[in-house]
Design a binder for this molecule. Structure first.
Ligand code: DX5
Ligand code: ZN
Length: 225
């Protein structure tokens, strides 16, 4: 039987930015049990983005609660001085914005040197072309489908074209590179992202909606089932 080019195994990475922060540990356990593939941790500094979330101390405190990979999205600038702290806190993938430091290539090299998976993230206004000389270095490309800083925003449709362009670039590169999408992902936009070539989806609002009893169904819905 002919195998599909890309098996339909989209990874779901709930963003705990939408969790109940007063019960953060329980929330992480709940999304783990509900079938999350990765745990997405949004780190915001009130400078690179207009919101503040949490730092490496919180990441470290959550680390023993699940064996699922920690997908750490850094929205902090300058970013380089904090890479070691997030690696030590238990990040598995560390994803950085090219705009968050003077030398994105060096930042990605540094993450690899720490023994972590390196991700690069494209803001809605940042072209796919930014990846030309970075793709050989990364394990993950994250396409932002909202402007970073807040959960609960609307999916920006123009990013579907970028997802498709990045899919072509990754396929041409030939290495195993994850293509993740972040922002405004619900059942409808999830389907369109997967069709465009995404194989990992971040979702905050649509996973945490309705409370813990709904998490498994919400995650299954994003997978299209
Ligand atoms: C936005 C963050 C996202 C956000 C997603 O800056 O990077 O991860 O939490 O939340 P929703 O799914 O609500 O758009
Ligand atoms: Zn994020």
């Amino acid at each position: 039987m002919q195998q599909p080019v890309r098996p339909n195994l989209v990874r779901i990475a709930p963003s705990i930015l939408s969790a109940d922060f007063a019960r953060l540990g329980e929330e992480v356990r709940a999304i783990d049990a509900a079938g999350a593939d990765w745990i997405h941790l949004d780190i915001m500094d009130g400078h690179f983005v207009p919101n503040i979330s949490f730092g490496p101390t919180v990441v470290k405190a959550l680390r023993p609660l699940t064996t699922k990979p920690f997908d750490v999205h850094l929205m902090i600038s300058p970013v380089d001085a904090y890479l070691d702290a997030f690696a030590e806190a238990g990040a598995d993938t560390i994803t950085v914005h090219p705009e968050a430091g003077p030398h994105i290539h060096r930042s990605l090299q540094h993450i690899k040197g720490l023994g972590k998976r390196a991700g690069v993230v494209l803001n809605p206004g940042t072209p796919a072309k930014m990846l030309d000389y970075l793709l050989d270095l990364v394990d993950l490309v994250l396409v932002m489908s909202v402007n970073p800083g807040f959960g609960g925003q609307h999916f920006i449709d123009s990013q579907l074209k970028k997802i498709a362009a990045v899919r072509r670039m990754i396929d041409a590169n030939g290495r195993a590179i994850d293509l993740e999408v972040d922002g405004g992902v619900d059942a409808d936009s999830a389907r369109r992202c997967i069709e465009a070539g995404a194989d990992a989806l971040v979702a905050g609002t649509s996973v945490f909606r309705g409370g813990p009893d709904r998490y498994a169904a919400n995650i299954a819905m994003l997978r299209g089932g």
